[in-house]
Design a protein around this ligand. Structure first.
Ligand code: PLP
Length: 691
């Protein structure tokens, strides 16, 4: 573990290798050889949308439609077929894709709130999970039929992606028709997998670092009827497996993880390559073959595995890896190993920004292209060398688990840069103020760039004059107001331009409102903080209304990193999100999508904000829904317990202090009781603010 949080700077730089600006150019979209119709359609759609976006006519509030919101938040790009917007301007969820009913997310949240399930709230749609499993299996089935591949596909879900019990249980259930298995990356995950996977014929892939106990359990599991495959990741594990097998008198099923020299790209590019953390080099694999042959266990070596990193955004990388791995596979078979399985690991990407490009937050291929390329490549290598075609395994985590959960949270308040026309300057006001007024007053389309520099300089001068006592506090406030007024005017002009000069790029950010969210980024979207991952975020209602504000999001923690100021965009990323002004006494809900993989378990208790409430929803045949499980978020007593505080001791301490204060007549009896009541009640409450 810790793999993803310890990404080095080198990793980060690699992810920038792809030219971001080229994101929307057609050359960034590599058409896979076997590109299905879907891919072509996607591309056409993308181009069309792009054209309509450039042929902009200014949209006024009264003409704003849900189509404008669709385009702005790119919901069709990343949300299809599960998320869209209805005529009421609310986000809807179609958990069974285009084959079933849909739910109004805003109404669902309101009805959950009536059941005392407060925000922030994680809503899991079990039907989406089922649909993802079906799609992945259908894609491989289609590819296998298309290429007359003489082998099967048996996917496994990598438990590390989301270990929550209800999710793993549903996954095993939904996977049954496909003999979908599990992959364990550690000893505790092996515990989960061994106990939960009972599907006959499904595979249990045992990865990660192993000790004797781990290996023995995996071997003995065969006698429970499980196909547990021990994947050797370190050369030291070979003698351990041989010894355990001798001791138990059972032949293990063994695989090797190869360090391919085909490199991934992006954040996890270094998961592959000769110096990767896991896996055996080619010489080590040959050494393993020798050791197994000597122990008369070469027949047990049945699987070849590789994993070149997560979120592979370019299909060319997938192809390079499978080409190299196929050759290793056939060579191992030629050497006499009992090869039967080829496991291509994870990496199947998710299109977080909906751009369908090789940008790091996207991918330039679909599941069908992925399956086609793997099946075709393996078949070719096997046919050429006369080797039987293996059962294909993939360990797709992100692609299975990301879509099923939606995190809904509310806005607590906002902070805006003051705007509106300033009062005209008077003759007797300070020169610096008159200069700022002059800049503001004479600002036009022709001089806005120069005016920005003037205004910034005058404002700086005003501050330094203030520091030397030449400008009063009132005058400084006036200068700042005028500066913001200039910026506002400049921004309005800049937004009308096709091209915004570089030095004005920060202006949107400077002028953005801050929306305070009832959420901890560290708990609920750790990858957004740790590795700048992008998730689609948007309001779930008022989408028939123009979002006139530009905002960044600030979370509840008192950490300045607890913010979100990178949002998905068609090109690159944008630093402000379009949102609606708050209405007094009306809640405003946002949702973060596609966060169902990795975020929950990597989330931490920074500032002691605990797990959020979570509910599991399934559709019912009569177009309704049912709540399968409610997993209440942490209470304060629970999070305080994690750091060894006992809530009874805490209450007792407060009680003693109030008694003391009572005796010394520093507090009234009534106030002391109020304090105690609040303290005690809070302990059993949610760690987030009540909405
Ligand atoms: C993390 C991991 C996966 C899952 O990768 P995704 O990109 O989420 O599909 C699969 N296999 C191994 C060995 C992993 O470490």
């Amino acid at each position: 573990m810790g793999r993803r949080l310890t990404a080095t700077n080198a990793d980060a730089e690699e992810s920038l290798d792809q030219p971001k600006t080229a994101k929307n150019q057609s050359k960034a979209v590599e058409a896979p050889q076997e590109a299905g119709l879907e891919m072509k359609r996607d591309r056409e759609k993308r181009t069309n949308r792009h054209q309509s976006a450039t042929a902009q006519t200014p949209v006024t509030s009264s003409t704003w439609t849900i189509e404008n919101s669709e385009e702005l938040y790119r919901i069709n790009g990343w949300g299809e077929p599960y998320f869209s917007i209805n005529a009421a301007g609310h986000v809807t969820v179609s958990p069974q894709g285009d084959r079933g009913g849909s739910l109004d997310l805003y109404e669902l949240v309101n009805s959950l709130k009536l059941r005392n399930l407060n925000l922030p709230l994680l809503i899991r749609f079990s039907d989406i999970l089922e649909d993802r499993i079906e799609r992945l299996n259908a894609a491989f089935a289609k590819a296998i039929a298309r290429y007359n591949y003489e082998g099967a596909y048996r996917g496994v879900f990598p438990v590390k992606c989301n270990q929550q019990r209800h999710l793993v249980e549903s996954l095993v259930k939904f996977g049954k028709p496909y003999q979908f298995g599990l992959e364990a990356g550690s000893k505790p995950e092996l515990m989960i997998a061994l106990a939960n996977l009972k599907t006959p014929g499904a595979l249990l892939i045992c990865n990660g670092y192993k000790d004797r106990e781990y290996v023995e359990m995996a071997i003995l599991a065969q006698q429970l009827g499980k196909i547990a495959i021990i994947v050797l990741e370190q050369i030291e594990e070979v003698p351990m497996v041989i010894a355990a097998s001798r001791k138990l008198g059972i032949s293990p099923v063994v695989g090797v993880r190869v360090k391919l020299s085909s490199k991934g790209i992006g954040r996890w590019g270094t998961s592959a390559g000769d110096r990767a953390k896991f896996g055996l080099t080619i010489p080590e694999i040959l050494q393993t073959v020798d050791m197994l042959r000597e122990a008369d266990l070469l027949d047990s070596l049945q699987l070849l595995h590789y994993h070149i990193g997560s979120q592979i955004s370019a299909i060319s990388v997938v192809k390079d890896a499978i080409r190299e791995a196929s050759q290793v596979y056939v060579e191992l078979a030629k050497l006499g190993a009992g090869m039967r399985y080829l496991d291509v690991g994870g990496g199947l990407g998710v299109d977080y920004d909906g751009s369908k490009t090789n940008f790091y937050a996207s991918k330039n291929y679909n599941v069908q292209n992925y399956a086609n390329d793997i099946v075709a490549e393996v078949k070719e290598a096997c046919v050429e060398r006369g080797i039987p075609m293996p059962t294909l395994i993939s360990e797709s985590g992100r692609a299975i688990a990301s879509h099923q959960s939606v995190l809904v949270f509310n806005i607590l308040s906002t902070s805006d840069v003051p705007t509106g026309a300033p009062e005209p300057v008077r003759e007797e006001e300070h020169l610096i103020i008159r200069n700022l007024w002059e800049t503001y007053d004479s600002l036009t389309m022709d001089n806005y760039q120069e005016a920005y520099h003037d205004a910034a300089q005058f404002k700086e001068e005003a501050v330094s004059l203030f520091n030397f006592g030449y400008v009063s506090l009132t005058e400084r406030a006036r200068a700042e107001r005028l500066f913001w007024a200039c910026c506002q005017k400049i921004l309005e002009i800049a937004r009308q331009q096709d091209y915004v000069p570089d030095d004005l790029e920060d202006l949107e950010k400077i002028m953005a409102s801050i929306y305070y969210i009832n959420l901890s980024v560290f708990q609920s979207a750790p990858d957004s903080w740790a590795i700048d991952q992008l998730f689609p975020i948007m309001p779930i209602h008022r989408l028939d209304e123009e979002p006139t504000k530009r905002a960044t999001l600030a979370d509840l923690t008192c950490d300045s990193d607890g913010k979100i100021d990178q949002f998905i965009d068609l090109r690159d990323v944008k630093h402000v999100l379009e949102l609606h002004p708050l209405h007094a006494d009306q809640p405003y809900y946002l949702a973060m999508f596609l966060g169902g993989a990795y975020q929950e378990i990597m989330g931490n208790l920074h500032n002691l904000f605990g797990d959020t409430n979570a509910v599991h929803i399934t559709l019912t045949p009569n177009k309704g829904y049912q709540i399968d499980h409610v997993v209440k978020g942490d209470t304060m007593t629970e999070v305080l317990g994690y750091v060894q505080y006992d809530s009874e001791d805490l209450v007792e301490s407060i009680r003693q202090q109030t008694e003391q204060a009572l005796q010394e007549k520093r507090i009234s009896l009534q106030d002391s009781q109020l304090l105690l009541q609040n303290y005690e009640r809070s302990l059993s409450r949610y760690t987030y603010l009540s909405s």
